[in-house]
Design a protein around this ligand. Structure first.
Ligand code: RIB
Ligand code: CA
Length: 313
């Protein structure tokens, strides 16, 4: 029986790769894709979610959630990496959709519609999840599982010296989620940074006779260019794709239950994730943090998922 999944994301090129994996995996039933501001503005993220799904045209369309701007968060985006439109300036067509529900409402509705059955995968800032918890305080007792790409445990940040982008974009919402009384799985930079791709990836994608191949072939070259021009790196990483792999093949990751929290006020440390690894910690260790990964097996998992998307498109 496929697992019901909501994917909350801020497309973003790696978000698009993650969606391509999830929408065609027979183990998953993506019931909703909810947009959140992060890599791009809320309006652009909302457009991009639709554009990606329409380009892929999966056998079953998910419901779409519309993003809105976070409250009191530092405005930051990642267009320098993902392009002005967030998708490598690919100029994907998107149809005009009727007004969509707000992402946080859709998250609440879909989880309530299938208590205990839904996995919520957060691939962007945690604005929507925090708002959903405020909207429906019982939500955590109804959601099946929460998987979050975000934070860093022992390694450095990627948007500041000590903060990872998704957390930094909305630290208050991240703190709300981290402090919520339920087990969360966090896939931090410590493991996503280990799954890196050379230009050879472009030869391993589905070919351009497939919709998946055409989408990936349009957006991924941009990421290679921007990683070289902006970061001086001859390789890319795809954190959100790693998070989908963690949901599909958790055995490839070593996790540790830790207490965790988010810095919401430091000048230098805003958005840092703090995990208490002391043996005698008195804090509630309810965050399952992935600290080790079989990087080559995860890369194989991602490539298999993309090949399957090619076969179906
Ligand atoms: O730090 C990486 C995360 O930030 C990824 O989700 C990427 O898409 C951006 O949202
Ligand atoms: Ca993302």
């Amino acid at each position: 029986m496929p697992r019901k999944v909501i994917i909350d994301c801020d497309p973003g090129i790696d978000d698009a790769v993650a969606l391509t994996m999830a929408l065609f995996d027979p183990r998953l039933d993506v019931v909703a894709v909810t947009a959140v501001a992060g890599n791009v503005s809320p309006e652009q993220a909302t457009i991009n979610v639709q554009a990606i799904v329409e380009q892929l045209d999966p056998p079953r369309y998910p419901r779409f959630g519309a993003a809105s701007a976070p409250d009191h968060a530092p405005y930051v985006d990642a267009r320098h990496l993902h392009g002005a439109d967030g998708l490598g300036n690919a100029g994907l067509a998107v149809s005009q959709h009727a007004r969509q529900h707000p992402s946080e409402k859709l998250i609440c509705d879909e989880i309530r519609a299938a208590p205990g059955e839904v996995t919520l995968v957060c691939l962007g800032p945690l604005t929507n999840l925090a708002r959903a918890l405020a909207r429906d305080p019982d939500l955590l007792s109804l959601v099946g599982r929460v998987v979050i790409m975000g934070g860093s445990a022992k390694c450095v940040g990627n948007v500041t010296a000590c903060a990872e982008f998704n957390i930094y974009c909305d630290p208050a919402s991240a703190r709300t989620v981290f402090r919520s009384p339920t087990t969360k799985t966090v896939i931090p930079l410590d493991v996503t940074d280990q799954v890196v791709w050379s230009l050879d990836l472009l030869k391993q994608l589905p070919d351009d006779t497939t919709r998946a191949g055409r989408l990936l072939g349009k957006i991924l070259p941009h990421l290679f260019r921007s990683f070289r021009q902006e970061l001086g790196l001859e390789r890319i990483d795809l954190p959100d794709a790693v998070a989908i792999a963690a949901m599909l093949q958790p055995e490839l990751f070593q996790t540790t239950e830790l207490a965790g929290d988010v810095e919401t006020s430091g000048d230098l440390t805003l958005g840092a994730t703090i995990f208490d690894r002391r043996p005698n910690s008195l804090q509630r260790a309810d965050i399952e943090v992935a600290l080790e990964v079989d990087a080559s097996a995860v890369a194989d998992c991602i490539l298999r998922c993309l090949a399957e998307a090619g076969r179906q498109t």
